[in-house]
Design a protein around this ligand. Sequence first.
Ligand SMILES: Cc1cc2nc3c(=O)[nH]c(=O)nc-3n(C[C@H](O)[C@H](O)[C@H](O)COP(=O)(O)O)c2cc1C
Length: 204
Amino acid sequence: MFYDTLSNAHGMAHDPFKAIVAPRPIGWIGSRGRDGSRNLSPYSFFNAVSDRPKIVMFSSSGRKDSLRNVEETGVFTANFVSGPLIGAMNASSVAVPYGTDEFAIAGLTPVDGRLVDAPYVAESVAVLECRVTTITTLKDMGGADTDSHAVFGQVVGIHIDESVIREGRFDLALAQPIMRLGYMDYAGIGPIFELGRPKPPTAV
Ligand SMILES: Cc1cc2nc3c(=O)[nH]c(=O)nc-3n(C[C@H](O)[C@H](O)[C@H](O)COP(=O)(O)O)c2cc1C
């Protein structure tokens, strides 16, 4: 089948786009407002976009509280969602008035970042402390502003729980990441395998 996304006439009950661009890691974004309030919310429009320097990005569909906070304070944390935390992650996505502390709603322990004034999840096995580098309202192909807003942040500090370090590596089999698929679906990781990079052909 084929459909153009202007008509979006895919003929299915739900738009398949997010199921195609999957799995996506979940950036569980911890932030604080200028008023001192804490916020914690999951974003699956999230990824690492550079490692030199280390930069991650999340995108807010509409002007949500996390966006407001990072605009106000310029910092956030991105917390790793592992299997045992999936219930708490989901609970923290509830739509609540600005200033409501989702750490409390989800029964999680907030800890102040070491290098940034934003809270992180003590129970998370890995946490990125980030300073905002760019916030941009995404444009469509006609150049018009959309209501999606991408936040880029440079990772200035990384917490890793010793329990998920094995043989000198951050061990994903131990860390058990939960990834977002399409619809209301999630997945863990399957078997992990190594694949070396191809070598350029040797000149004859
Ligand atoms: C797994 C998951 C992923 C989500 N990803 C996004 C996302 O990428 N962008 C977005 O705007 N909302 C996303 N949401 C919805 C937000 O988490 C939800 O709107 C939340 O209430 C926003 O909180 P805030 O206003 O405190 O930032 C996601 C929800 C879940 C459960």
